[in-house]
Design a protein around this ligand. Structure first.
Ligand code: GLA
Length: 370
């Protein structure tokens, strides 16, 4: 990063470097904004920021991977429609300033190896790395949970995507090679080792997530509608986290079919995450794999956020000997699948999944090992 910073700003005297990782979600999809449970794993892919403070109120940012420059004034922050990427560092500066922190101007050089638009949370990684940089340069007191919520606030209120806390939380608090179980209501979390003898493999459809943000916001609204309707007949329901499968069986008939299916996905997915915690803690990789498979089915049929390409990858993975589980990961509509594969079959899996995907879609899949 020193070389990049020098290239951009002439010298690298007194710079600080921060980073944050992308993520893949093992299980617990579309549960975070329903106060539920998730279990992402940080990737060994990062966004780095090299920075140093300035005397004035400007923040100048060089995006090395695009060869582009952008800047903003800390005293007049506005959404930049020309350089969309700068809205992540600018958004966190806005969120920090809005909660009363005094920020110093700064020069930033940014680079990363988290694939962009693949559903592996490059934007949350950029937000968290940027919050860490402002924290360093301006001497702010922020614990890692506050770092995560600052990133979320930037995303929700400045960038305008109503995402939950999962991506920023794991970027801020995840430990390499471990799953991070998060209770998105209480912010309690726990790192859990991945199963011995199995590997987590990410496969990228290479299809960008078209329409993802409008469909995402629509799903959120449908969940809220479900909560509103269920609470007419149930006490103490402020989110789908408060609803059990039994409650849904009892009261489901009063909901429109679409809302019932959305609610059922979330309610059952929360149970699957809790079961997955047990499976990981008892080293039961086969059980975890089955839960991942059930999660995919539910996302495909009840939540309707999968895509032909994601289904093609999941179907292909299921046919490959040594696959314990496969599912789409992240918001959906494109992006990646997450697969749990027996260690001795990993090479074979990587070759076969690319072959099958090419045959069924004519596209090249990209395989990443976690
Ligand atoms: C995106 C959002 C997360 C989460 C997932 C779906 O990654 O940023 O908050 O809602 O989708 O599980």
């Amino acid at each position: 990063m020193s070389a990049l910073f020098r290239e951009a700003f002439g010298d690298d005297e007194g710079i600080t470097v921060t980073k944050a990782s992308g993520r893949v979600n093992l299980i617990g999809e579309h549960t975070d904004y329903n106060d539920g449970y998730v279990m992402p794993v940080p990737l060994d892919m990062h966004v780095w920021v090299a920075g140093r403070s300035r005397e004035d109120d400007l923040v100048r940012v060089y995006a090395a991977d695009y060869g582009e420059w952008a800047e903003f004034d800390l005293k007049a922050m506005e959404y930049d429609v020309e350089h969309l990427w700068v809205n992540y560092p600018q958004g966190v500066a806005w969120a920090l300033a809005d909660s009363g922190h005094e920020l110093l101007g700064a020069d930033f050089a940014v680079s990363g190896d988290v694939p962009i638009g693949a559903g592996l949370s490059s934007s949350a990684a950029l937000e968290v790395a940027s919050v860490r940089m402002f924290r360093e340069l301006s001497g702010l007191r922020l614990d890692p949970v506050e770092v995560a919520y600052t990133g979320k606030r930037a995303e929700n209120a400045f960038v305008g995507v109503k995402s939950g806390i999962m991506d920023q939380f794991v970027a801020s608090l995840g430990a390499p090679g471990r799953a991070l179980f998060i209770d998105c209501r209480t912010d309690e979390y726990r790192c859990i080792p991945l199963p011995v003898g199995a590997q987590v493999i990410v496969v990228d459809t290479t299809v960008k997530r078209e329409l993802a943000s409008s469909a995402y916001n629509e799903r959120r609204a449908q969940c809220e509608e479900g909560v509103r309707m269920l609470s007419e007949n149930m006490d103490g329901v402020s989110a789908l986290r408060d609803v059990s499968s039994e409650d849904l069986e009892r009261l489901g008939a009063s909901l429109p079919d679409l809302i019932l299916r959305r609610c059922r996905h979330v309610v059952e997915e929360n149970t699957r995450v809790l079961d997955a915690v047990k499976a990981l803690e008892t080293g039961d990789a086969a059980r975890l794999g089955k839960l991942m498979g059930a999660s995919h089915e539910s996302l495909r049929t009840d939540y309707e956020v999968s895509s032909d390409e994601l289904d093609a990858l999941v179907d292909a993975a299921r046919e490959i000997p040594g696959t314990l589980g496969a599912r789409m990961t992240g918001a959906g509509f494109g992006g990646c699948t997450v697969n749990l594969v027996k260690e001795e079959n990993v090479e074979f899996f990587s070759d076969r999944i690319k072959e099958s995907y090419m045959k069924s879609t004519g596209l090249n899949a990209i395989v990443y090992r976690v």
